[in-house]
Design a protein around this ligand. Structure first.
Ligand code: AMP
Ligand code: TRP
Length: 326
């Protein structure tokens, strides 16, 4: 069975976009791959301290993974910082990564632009990510398009290390979710719905109040012609609502256009709001059950024990190849 690994940073409550674009995919893949899913908390400290509680956010993200259907029996679920091998291997990989290639990373360029004091961690971020991936012999890494370049550098580092020291790492493949599942901002539907968006009205978060979610959908920006038809360019707002409705119900775009042929935007928005609220209500119910049950620590303990066994064996192999004294 091929192995899949992916992680999210605990930098804010995940959005409906993350849920549709990332988490729902992970739930699907857990039956097809041997899966490793983690919280990338080491990556979360590469930027200045933000106004959230890292510990609480980490636990909350694990509870959300579980509430969204990530099954601890089918996945190894763990917290990155609990496994010291990630940082250990990262150093070794840094010595096999080039300044030039890291300088070319889009995310680094964007996040360091105009700043005097960005951290060295922001610069080596992709190497830590390569370490996350290569420690577990992951074949497949599902990520958003913005992270594709980071998986590519993980591939380059793996190939370079294998050539230098002999075959040690599996060369991973990125798996990019298809474009049909890009969810846009509700206020500005030409932008992607993003965790870090300034205008809260454009973003639905999985822990938002349910009535607020309904209001955000009812107020979503649309065009003025009142026809429910998919056209990303001319009708980005309605197309986004169609995408959301399609992702949550499994109906095709064509079926949705037919179903709402003689409806107005208000009616369609109400139906979309009902579906979204219904789905998120179920997730929230499970979320609070998990959060208050004490089971999270048990799952994480089991997860980290398993993760550490794989990681130790890979790191030992690396040490042997390099010739560290042991
Ligand atoms: P981010 O929150 O940008 O770190 O993204 C984490 C994961 O969620 C990545 O796999 C993204 O592709 C996915 N994702 C984030 N925002 C959206 C969105 N608006 N639509 C679809 N997928 C998204
Ligand atoms: N950098 C990823 C993001 O921000 C999170 C991440 C860290 C990751 N390590 C990873 C994703 C390894 C996949 C594999 O979304």
């Amino acid at each position: 069975m091929k192995r899949m690994l992916t992680g999210l940073q605990p930098t804010g409550v995940i959005t409906l976009g993350n849920y549709i674009g990332a988490i729902k995919q992970m739930v699907k893949y857990q039956d097809e791959y041997e899966s490793f899913i983690f919280v990338a908390d080491l990556h979360a400290i590469t930027v200045p301290k933000q106004n959230f509680n890292l510990k609480e956010n980490t636990k909350s993200l694990i509870a959300l993974y579980l509430a969204c259907g990530i099954d601890p029996k089918k996945n190894t679920i763990f917290v990155q910082s609990q496994n010291e091998y990630h940082a250990n291997l990262s150093w070794v990989l840094e010595c096999n990564a080039y300044f030039g290639e890291l300088s070319r990373m889009h995310q680094f360029k964007e996040k360091s632009k105009g700043k005097e004091n960005f951290t060295a961690g922001l610069f080596t971020y992709p190497v830590l990510m390569a370490s996350d991936i290569l420690l577990y012999d992951a074949d497949i890494v599902p990520v958003g398009i913005d992270q594709k370049q980071h998986v590519e550098i993980a591939r380059d580092i793996a190939i370079r290390f294998n050539n230098k020291y002999g075959k040690t790492f599996i060369v991973p493949e990125p798996l990019i979710s298809d474009t049909g599942t890009k969810i846009a901002d509700l206020v500005d539907p030409t932008k992607k719905m993003s965790k870090s968006s300034e205008n809260q009205n454009g973003v639905i978060r999985l822990l938002d109040d349910l009535e607020l979610i309904r209001k955000k959908i009812m107020k979503a920006t649309t065009d003025s012609d009142s026809i429910i038809k998919y056209d990303e360019e001319k009708k980005p707002g309605i197309s986004n609502l169609i995408n959301i409705y399609s992702s949550l119900t499994g109906k095709t775009i064509k079926q949705i256009e037919d179903e709402f042929k003689s409806s107005n935007y208000g009616t369609f928005k109400k139906v979309v709001a009902d579906v979204v609220v219904n789905e998120i209500e179920k997730i929230q119910k499970k979320y609070y059950e998990y959060l208050n049950s004490g089971i999270i620590d048990e799952i994480l303990k089991e997860g980290i024990n398993k993760a550490r066994i794989y990681a130790k064996s890979k790191y030992d192999a690396v040490k042997n190849k390099i010739g560290f004294y042991n």
